[in-house]
Design a protein around this ligand. Structure first.
Ligand SMILES: Nc1ncnc2c1ncn2[C@@H]1O[C@H](COP(=O)(O)OP(=O)(O)OP(=O)(O)O)[C@@H](O)[C@H]1O
Ligand SMILES: [Mg+2]
Length: 305
């Protein structure tokens, strides 16, 4: 059996009468990157705070390295590194001083790896924290977390606020950790932002995990959107198997936006090629699409039952 690094089983959290988490069940295995995906307010940060021993759960079981996240948090923390969703920095310290402080708080020191990361993220460590932009504050926390030696890395929405170049740097660093056999939990509300890095994803909605698995096995839930322009009319495209929604953008039907099943992609492409493609853009499914498809499917399943 694969070694479980994080294990959550039917975890619940109530804030007074409000039940923020109803049923959180998933695992992160050794050497795995798990994408923890859900919309704003669905419970990602609450789950992460429970894992970090900052909040006490109201029910269920949660362990890291086989240890109880609440009772054995000191032991666990020796081997984890994390970046919170909202990065708080000491306003009068410089970026460099804060990185040193964050490392020392975890019993670690600045290494050549720290310098390398400062360089890669193009961070100016001499500025006072209060003068940093949102993205730069995020980078300070990321540099500190990534330059730590740990078995498990937890990132709560790490790329919110980063520009595409820095986002790419972050993705490269995550892949390096993975190659080194580390385990990573990565939360996000944007599917396409994390799917490149993740082995598996767990989808949370309103405090419940509604689906876990790899993206390949979730393909049944994902349709691609194709924006296409052809020399010949696309009139009969609606008849094609795997084509679900057709919006023509002109009267001659040479431009359209299609929603298509991935399984039928080859046949659809053949059809489009015959119409002589002028332009083609394919857009990956968003989290919203995935949710919509998930509930469509659930509805269909319950009709069959
Ligand atoms: N301390 C608290 N007291 C009361 N309610 C809370 C508390 N912390 C979180 N909540 C509620 O729990 C729910 C989940 O919040 P959480 O911060 O975990 O969401 P999230 O998935 O991290 O969202 P985001 O993408 O916006 O960061 C929300 O409805 C939030 O208002
Ligand atoms: Mg959050």
């Amino acid at each position: 059996m694969e070694k479980q690094i994080i294990s959550l089983n039917k975890v619940e959290k109530r804030f007074g009468k409000f039940q923020a988490l109803k049923d959180i069940t998933f695992t992160v295995n050794k050497g795995e990157v798990l994408g923890f995906i859900g919309p704003n307010g669905s419970g990602k940060s609450t789950t992460i705070r429970i894992l970090l021993g900052m909040l006490k759960k109201s029910g269920g079981e949660a362990t890291i390295f086989g240890k109880d996240v609440w009772k054995e948090d000191t032991e666990i923390h020796k081997n984890i590194s994390y970046v919170p969703g909202d990065v708080y920095l000491w306003p009068n310290l410089t970026g460099g001083e804060i990185i040193d402080l964050l490392l020392r708080l975890n019993g670690q020191q600045r290494t050549h790896r720290t310098e390398e990361l400062i360089e890669k993220f193009q961070l100016d460590p001499k500025k006072k924290a209060r003068t940093y932009s949102k993205g730069n504050r995020q980078k300070i926390a990321l540099v500190a977390a990534l330059s730590q030696e740990a078995e498990l890395y937890i990132f709560d929405e790490p790329t919110s606020g980063l520009d595409p170049l820095n986002e790419k740097t972050f993705q490269e660093e995550v892949l390096k950790l993975k190659e080194a056999g580390k385990s990573i939990l990565l939360s996000s509300h944007i599917l396409s932002e994390v799917e490149k890095m993740c082995d598996r994803i767990a989808i949370i909605r309103e405090g419940e995990i509604i689906e876990t698995g790899d993206l390949v096995s979730m393909r049944h839930l994902t349709r691609m959107e194709l924006t296409v322009e052809t020399r010949n009319s696309l009139d009969d495209v609606e008849q094609l198997a795997g084509v679900h929604k057709v919006d023509f953008s002109d009267d001659t039907h040479q431009r359209a936006v299609l929603s298509v099943d991935r399984e039928q992609m080859t046949q659809i492409m053949d059809f489009l090629a015959e119409k002589q493609i002028i332009n083609l853009i394919s857009t990956p499914p968003t989290l919203e699409d995935l949710f919509m498809r998930y509930y469509e499917k659930q509805g269909a399943d319950s009709h069959e039952a």
